[in-house]
Design a protein around this ligand. Structure first.
Ligand SMILES: Cc1cc2nc3c(=O)[nH]c(=O)nc-3n(C[C@H](O)[C@H](O)[C@H](O)COP(=O)(O)OP(=O)(O)OC[C@H]3O[C@@H](n4cnc5c(N)ncnc54)[C@H](O)[C@@H]3O)c2cc1C
Length: 389
């Protein structure tokens, strides 16, 4: 939609083909319906992160936000830098984009499931499953990714680009919950707790995050856990053994609930926790040392024979990661159309003149926090403007 609008504003006659009855089904589900569409601060991207950096030198996040403002969407930034529509309603973003498309003369054709693209610059032919054919001088492929189950797209949508000679890097779910060996911790299912989380691969620190951890029947979820899915998957693919290490000290030191994907948790968490527990043991006795400090369900699993052992448990609980939840539970697709075949300044194919790409279909995925929509908007604006030249 961003690409269609940018191309129309640059003077092109634009047709947008959408296979569903309406565009924006996934957009409506983003940010729990609030649509976290950009992020103020350092861009955090994976896959081809260097490609993402080049994209943002051409169309920085501020330009994306300025364009949305120009289209009439007031924005709100939360204290962590996450940007939402001021209404905090994803439906506002969708209704604004569709209204502007109608005003700019974009022809929106819904129920148009594209199954074949043939031709070359100046005379592309696009065929839909119900036998319709559309012709165009330039083409933008913005078919999205596989993540999100019924919200996502299908493997055959990548085949449109592959049929034109492009290559697909392996795809897997990013920003997804983790399956873990829970053993007795299965009893915690349903419990949400603030924690610092470290991902270890063969015992070595790989990545860290912090926030609310949700225990489930299959393992653990929560944004801070989902952010580690990409690293866990890479560890598993190398035949290594990933583990999560949970530090619950933010439960009783709440001022430390900082978001930090890369920062290693403070090494003194154990020492401070042990000191706190010794103090509580002195005041309340060992049996009641944890009462009111950690949720009862967790306290029931704590070893309390030795205070140091309790502190080690609360700051270093380890769970073996068995896998990443399947694609339908993921928020983004890692992998996609090989960015080596795309020019970041124009999002044009290096293989097929007159073909452009935009959005999650390419091999770039962002962290949680508005980065994926920001990339989709930025690449859409670039592709739309350059396709209209
Ligand atoms: C539950 C969930 C929550 C999320 N929350 C956030 C968030 O808060 N912030 C954030 O930045 N990101 C979020 N994301 C990720 C974000 O939604 C995507 O990265 C983004 O929507 C990608 O935009 P896109 O335009 O590339 O693809 P999409 O939004 O998937 O749009 C692609 C469109 O192409 C259509 N299409 C595909 N194939 C064909 C075809 N063959 N013929 C015709 N039409 C076709 C699809 O129907 C779809 O409408 C979330 C994802 C999920 C699943």
């Amino acid at each position: 939609m961003a690409a269609a609008l940018a191309a129309a504003e640059a003077g092109a006659q634009v047709t947008l083909l959408e296979r569903r009855p309406k565009p924006g089904k996934k957009l409506l589900a983003t940010g729990n319906g609030r649509c976290n569409l950009a992020h103020r601060g350092e861009p955090v991207y994976f896959g081809d992160a260097a490609f993402a950096r080049k994209v943002f030198t051409v169309c920085p996040p501020e330009s994306v936000m300025a364009q949305l403002d120009t289209w009439g969407l007031p924005l709100y930034t939360d204290p962590e830098g996450r940007v939402y529509p001021a209404t905090q309603q994803a439906s506002s973003v969708l209704s604004l984009l569709t209204a502007r498309m109608a005003e700019r003369g974009v022809r929106l054709v819904t129920d148009a499931d594209v199954e074949a693209v043939t031709g070359e610059e100046g005379r592309w032919t696009v065929r839909t499953a119900d036998g319709r054919a559309f012709s165009a001088e330039r083409l933008i492929l913005a078919t999205g990714g596989l993540a999100g189950g019924g919200l996502g797209n299908r493997p055959q949508d990548y085949a449109l680009a592959e049929g034109l000679g492009h290559h697909l890097t392996p795809t897997f779910g990013g920003l997804a919950p983790l399956e873990a060996e829970l053993g007795k911790f299965r009893r915690l299912s349903g419990l949400r707790l603030p924690a610092r989380v470290r991902l270890l691969c063969d015992g070595k620190w790989v990545a860290a995050s912090s926030g609310e951890v949700l225990f489930t029947d299959y393992g653990v979820s929560g944004i801070c856990v989902m952010q580690l899915a990409r690293d866990a998957q890479e560890c598993l693919e190398r035949g290594r053994s990933p583990e999560l290490e949970l530090d619950f000290s933010p439960v009783y030191f709440p001022e430390e609930r900082v978001y930090a994907r890369e920062a290693e948790p403070a090494a003194d968490a154990y020492g401070r926790t042990a000191a706190l527990l010794f103090e509580r043991e002195r005041r309340f006795g060992r049996a009641a040392m944890l009462t009111g400090l950690v949720p009862d369900a967790l306290a029931a699993l704590c070893p309390v024979k030795d205070v140091r052992e309790t502190a080690a448990f609360l700051t270093g609980l380890r769970l073996r990661v068995k896998g990443v939840r399947p694609m339908q539970y993921a928020q983004v697709t890692c992998g996609g159309i090989d960015t080596a075949e795309i020019e970041p300044a124009t999002m044009a194919s290096r293989l097929r003149p007159g073909l452009h790409f935009a959005g999650e279909v390419v091999n770039v995925d962002g962290d949680c926090g508005g980065y994926n929509l920001q990339f989709a908007f930025a690449t859409g604006l670039i592709a739309g403007r350059s396709a209209a030249e």
